[in-house]
Design a protein around this ligand. Structure first.
Ligand code: HEM
Length: 208
């Protein structure tokens, strides 16, 4: 067995702060939307906690973005070779849907320069470069509708901004369930999660 360093400290810090914010935002977001359903806090407290964690998540997002842009590693998130991407995505889907139940090996072997399999890469691309910015911008506008009235108007009005924020919330929450499930599919259920804390992942000498 060998250990490879996959998760830099900045990524690990970003990731766990982000996960904590998601949890707080989902619970308070549900409280805001369906007031009687969770009934955990008052409406006012839910608004305050939602705003606070929204702000922390936004700052944390810029930490993630700055790290990936300044190190040039943002390319890990972008499928540059489309032919390799589509054949890899097919092999990966076959593995998750079929091969894994026969004990076959994962077709993708993570390295620091090729960390994500094509399915992870496309999901993370959508989440980090499309949905998160959209959620941050719509959240910012809803935080102070008077100050951002002009921009809200440009996007089609308050209803459009609100529906977008709620729709993205549902996509991101659905992503979270699938994401956590998929991270348990390493050689052991905790392997990838441990690596997100320590930075290191254990692999067989041939990289599998
Ligand atoms: C309890 C909740 C969570 C757990 C247990 C978890 C677990 C993990 C693990 C083990 C990895 C490394 C393996 C991999 O790349 O797939 C990872 C990476 C990642 N997770 Fe999560 N995650 C959680 C919440 C979230 C949330 C809420 C997001 C929302 C955006 C997220 C986004 C990501 C992204 C983008 C990566 C790739 C990071 C990188 O290497 O650049 N995770 N997660």
């Amino acid at each position: 067995m060998k250990k490879i360093f996959l998760q830099p400290l900045t990524v690990r810090i970003w990731h766990w702060i982000n996960a904590l914010c998601f949890f707080a935002l989902i619970v308070t977001g549900l409280q805001l939307r369906y007031q009687e359903l969770p009934n955990i806090t008052s409406f006012r407290t839910a608004v305050d906690i939602h705003n606070l964690f929204g702000l922390i998540m936004t700052l944390d997002f810029f930490l993630w973005l700055a790290f990936y842009i300044f190190t040039g590693k943002i390319r890990l998130y972008i499928p540059l070779d489309l032919k390799k991407f589509f054949t890899g995505a097919f092999a990966q889907a076959l593995y998750y849907g079929y091969g894994i139940f026969l004990g076959k090996k994962n077709p993708h072997h993570a390295t620091p320069d090729d960390k994500f399999n094509p399915l992870q890469q496309s999901a993370y691309f959508m989440v980090m470069l499309l949905l998160m910015p959209l959620q941050i911008i719509t959240g910012l506008f809803l935080w102070d509708i008077k100050r951002f009235a002009y921009w809200i108007g440009l996007l089609g009005g308050l209803k459009v901004v609100d529906i977008t924020h709620v729709a993205v919330f549902f996509f991101l929450t659905a992503f979270l369930f699938v994401h956590v499930y998929l991270t348990t599919l390493g050689r052991t259920p905790w392997e990838h999660i441990k690596a997100m804390f320590t930075g290191y992942e254990e692999m067989e000498e041939n990289g599998k």
